[in-house]
Design a protein around this ligand. Structure first.
Ligand SMILES: [Zn+2]
Ligand SMILES: [Zn+2]
Length: 418
């Protein structure tokens, strides 16, 4: 019987020890779980940090590590614990959290919740969210001395890391493309190519650049004007036979420009340009079918200011149209576009084929026109600044003279006194 009693007592002791050991183990190792969420860029996700097996914790100081390249920390809200103080170091992807209770808290459940916004340019993938020591550099991932109870005992929890999964969303919300970059320039004979890349999924979109001519800023006479027929001029491509901006001019204009009085004004191109750029719209581009009625009325008064027309085929200075490209663009272009379609097959085909290309040309032309205007205006500016410089030099010289005279007088007086 004594053997049976001994055996029973031994079994009871063993059971008791097991229960006590498991109780001690259970109280000393809390489990902290961080939730897993997945969503698409621009959206926010809420990540919960919860505790189980809580042995009683009074103070906690630790770091929450996250991927700051793809996630943006928005807010931290407390669970059952007192309001934590926290500091987000977005450069490091680290939030340092500190909580101090008045006594040990034994609750299980949500300690705190984090709100992250998934960045617009976030790449698809799974980004871990985990806990680390608040003295991160020194202790790395060890959570030693991060959690403690009222007896100043350190409690090291087991952490189940969480994550935010960024889902690929271009299929639903469209790609987030960069700006176009030209990979092959277009020429007169060959189309070019440009491409752009999606920042989110890396998709590359390619597009063809239509054939592009490099047109001269100056007009060229294609057909000389005669008393019975108007002349034609256009801007030629520097690299091929293509032409654009085809307009006509009358024989009368050629005659007007040959007026002997004009010789003076031809020497004085800059001033005449400036005046015609100002209030008068370009009267000289008054080709029979494109000129406006306003231009006709001011034609006579303005004719003496014109650059002479070189009415020979291939000449480069027809009319003052070139000087007034801007007026031409604004007033006459819409009319002449139709004209162009019928007279220039190569060009019209290209224009009807691609309106973008035509826009680029007109923009280039306008810019050229602007440039011309600025250079014209720059001339008087240079002379003004030179005049200013001369005046300043004169003033400095006269001041120097006065000072020199004063010094001379003082010296003489001193000599007299001696
Ligand atoms: Zn994409
Ligand atoms: Zn060309």
């Amino acid at each position: 019987m004594s053997i049976v009693k001994k055996f029973i007592s031994f079994v009871l002791c063993a059971i008791l020890c097991t229960i006590m050991c498991s109780a001690v183990f259970a109280t000393s190792t809390p489990i902290i779980t961080i939730s897993n969420k997945s969503d698409v860029p621009s959206n926010s996700v809420k990540i919960d940090i919860s505790i189980a097996n809580n042995p009683g914790i009074m103070g906690m100081t630790f770091s929450i590590m996250y991927d700051s390249e793809n996630l943006e920390f928005v807010d931290l809200s407390r669970g059952y614990i007192s309001a934590p103080t926290y500091n987000n170091l977005s450069d490091e992807g680290r939030i340092i959290v500190a909580v101090t209770e008045k006594e040990d808290k034994y609750d299980n459940g949500t300690l705190m919740s984090l709100i992250f916004k998934i960045k617009d340019n976030a790449k698809p993938g799974k980004y871990a969210i985990t806990l680390a020591n608040h003295k991160y550099e020194k202790y790395a991932d060890s959570l030693h001395n991060c959690f403690s109870n009222s007896n100043q005992e350190s409690i090291v929890p087991t952490v189940k890391a969480g994550s935010v999964t960024v889902e690929k969303t271009c299929e639903n919300s469209g790609h987030k493309y960069s700006v176009w970059s030209v990979t092959k320039k277009a020429s007169c004979t060959e189309t070019g190519q440009k491409e752009r890349t999606c920042a989110r999924c890396g998709d590359i979109e390619k597009q063809e650049i239509p054939i592009t001519h490099d047109f001269e800023a100056e007009w060229t006479v294609d057909k000389a004007a005669t008393p019975s027929e108007d002349g034609i001029m256009s801007r030629h491509c520097k690299n091929c036979d293509a032409v654009t901006d085809k307009i006509t001019f009358t024989y009368q204009e050629v005659e007007d420009s040959k007026d002997p009085d004009d010789n003076t004004s031809s020497d004085n191109n800059i001033s005449s340009d400036a005046s015609s750029n100002g209030s008068n719209s370009s009267s000289s581009v008054s080709s029979s079918d494109v000129s406006s009625s306003e231009n006709n009325s001011s034609n006579e008064s303005n004719s003496s200011n014109k650059t002479p027309i070189d009415n020979t085929v291939g000449a480069k200075n027809p009319l003052s149209a070139v000087e007034n490209t801007k007026d031409f663009q604004e007033n006459i272009k819409p009319n002449f576009e139709n004209n162009n379609t019928s007279s220039n097959t190569e060009n019209s085909a290209e224009q009807s084929g691609n309106s973008d290309n035509f826009d680029t040309q007109s923009i280039t032309t306008t810019t050229d026109g602007d440039k011309d205007t600025t250079t014209d205006k720059a001339q008087p500016f240079i002379s003004t600044s030179m005049g200013m410089a001369i005046i300043i030099i004169c003033a400095l010289l006269s001041i120097g003279m006065v000072v020199f005279c004063i010094i001379l007088i003082i010296r003489r007086k001193k000599a007299e006194q001696d």
